[in-house]
Design a protein around this ligand. Sequence first.
Ligand code: NAD
Length: 504
Amino acid sequence: MTAGAIGKVGIVGAGAMGRGIAQLLAQNSVQARLYDIEGEAVAAAREAVTAIWRRLVEKGRMTEAQMAEAQGRLQAASALTEFKDCDLVIEAVVEKLEVKRALFTELEGVVAEDAILASNTSSLSITAIAAACARPERVAGLHFFNPVPLMKLVEIVAGELSAPEVTERLAALVAATGHRGVKVGDTPGFLVNHAGRAYGTEALRLLQEGVAPPAAVDRVAREAGGFRMGPFELLDLTGLDVSIPVMESIYHGFHEEPRLKPAEIGRRRLTAGLLGRKTGEGFYRYGEDGKKLEPALPEEPSGKAPANIAVGGEGWAAEALRDWARAQGLDLLPPGDAALVLVAPLGEDVSSLCARLGLDPRHTLGMDVVFGLESHRTLAANPATLPEKAGEALALARKDGTPATLIEDSPGLLMQRLVASIVNLASEIAQLGIAAPDDIDAAVTLGLGYPHGPLAWGDALGPERVLEILRGLEVATGDPRYRPSLWLRRRAELGLSLLTEAAG
Ligand code: NAD
C-alpha cells in the first residue's frame, strides 16, 4: 500500500456526523464527496454546512473567497461508484454492524487498491467490520466527536489487522485539519469512552452507598475537583438511555473487569424512565424551559465553631490538617481534651481511622486535605458522630467563608474516590497498550473536558499518594474495583511520572 497524502475523501452518510466531517475536510483543502441512501439528505447536508459557513463569513472568521473554495470542495455523490477515485472513504451510517460490513464489502469493489476504508463507529469493533472485507488491512476507525468542527479530537483506531501505513496516513490527514489525532487500539469504548467510565460509575456508587445526594456530589466535584460539570449533571445531559448501555457494554466487553463495573442504581433509574434532561427528570428535575430546578438541600446539623480541636493520626495528611488548623488560629489539643477531633483520611474511612487510632467516634469527623482545602471543604461523619459535633465541624470549615459539604462516611471521602478511579483507569489503559500516555491525557481533556489529563493529574497529586488512596479503598471495601493498575504501582514505587512510557 502506498503512503500518499489523502486529497479526495468519500463520505457515506450525510447525517450529523457525515456532514460535520465533510465540513471539516472541505474547510481544510480536502475534497469531500458526500453520499447518503436518502437522496435528499445530501442536499440538506450541503445547505446546512453552507449556512454555517455563511455565519462564519458574517463573523469575519472566513472570507467570501474561502467559503466559495470550500463549497467547491464539498460535492454530492448520487452513487457509491462515484467514490472510485477517492483515497479514503469514511462511513458515518447507522450504527449497525451488518450495515457497515455490507457497505465496506460493496466499497471494496469500487475503490482503488490503495484506498483506505474508515469507519466513524462509536461502539462497534473495527476488527469485526474489517473481517467482512477481502483486504482487512486497509480498514481502520476514524472516530470523530459531535459536533465535528468544534470537538478537536479524533480517535484513529487500528483494527487487529490494520496496516500501520493506514493509520499513519489517517493521522496525517487529521493533523492537516488542525484536529488532534490519537492512535488507539480496537478495544471496547476505544479510548475516550473507556477513560470516561470511572467518573460516572464511581459517582453512582457514591449515590448507591448513600454517601451524599447528587447535588452535593456535583457541587464538590465542581468546586473541589475543578470539573466543569458534576457527574450527575453530566449523566442528566447525556441521558441514562445512552450512558447506561455504554457502561454495560464496555464492562462486558472487558469480560466483567471490576474497575468498569456499573452500579445497579443506574439501570434501575433507566428502567423507571428517569433519563435526564430529555424526559424532564433525572438526578435533577427540569422546568418547562429546560432549566434545572435546584433541589431542596437536606437539613444540616448546626453548631458553633470551636476554638480548639485535636487532629488524629500521623503522616503528611494529618500534618496538612494540623497546618490548616493552625492557620485558622485554632489551639491543637490532645484528642481527650479537645472539643472536636478531625482526621484526614487517605482512602480510608472515618470509622476505620477512629478504630485504628483509638479515637472517640462520637467527637470525630474526617476532612479531605487532598482536594479542596482552599475551595470547597468536604467533611465526613461516621455512624457514631454526634450531630452537634458535625455542626461544629461544619461551622469551623465555613468560618473563613469557604463552602463546605457534610457527607456520610466514605473511604477516601468523595473526590479521592472519583479522581483515584479516573487516574487508575487511565493507567490501566496505558498498561494495556490501548494508547500512549500523552494521547490518553490529550483525549481526556479534549474529548471529556476534564480539568486535567488523568496521568498528569496523578503526577500532580503524587503517584505514591494515589497508590495509597487506592490501597486504602481496596482494604476498606474489599472490592477489586480499586486494585491499583500495574502501570500506576510500578511508577509510584519507582518514583516515576505516570506519563513514563514502557521501556522498549
Ligand atoms: P445519523 O442518523 O444522523 O445519520 C446517518 C445517516 O446515514 C442518515 O442520513 C442515513 O440516511 C444514512 N444511511 C443509513 N444507512 C445508510 C447506507 N447503508 N448507505 C448510505 N447512507 C446510509 O447518524 P450520526 O449521528 O451521524 O451517526 C453516524 C455514525 O457515527 C454512527 O456509526 C454513530 O455511531 C457514529 N457517531 C455518532 C456520534 C454522534 O454523536 N452522533 C459521534 C461519534 C460517532
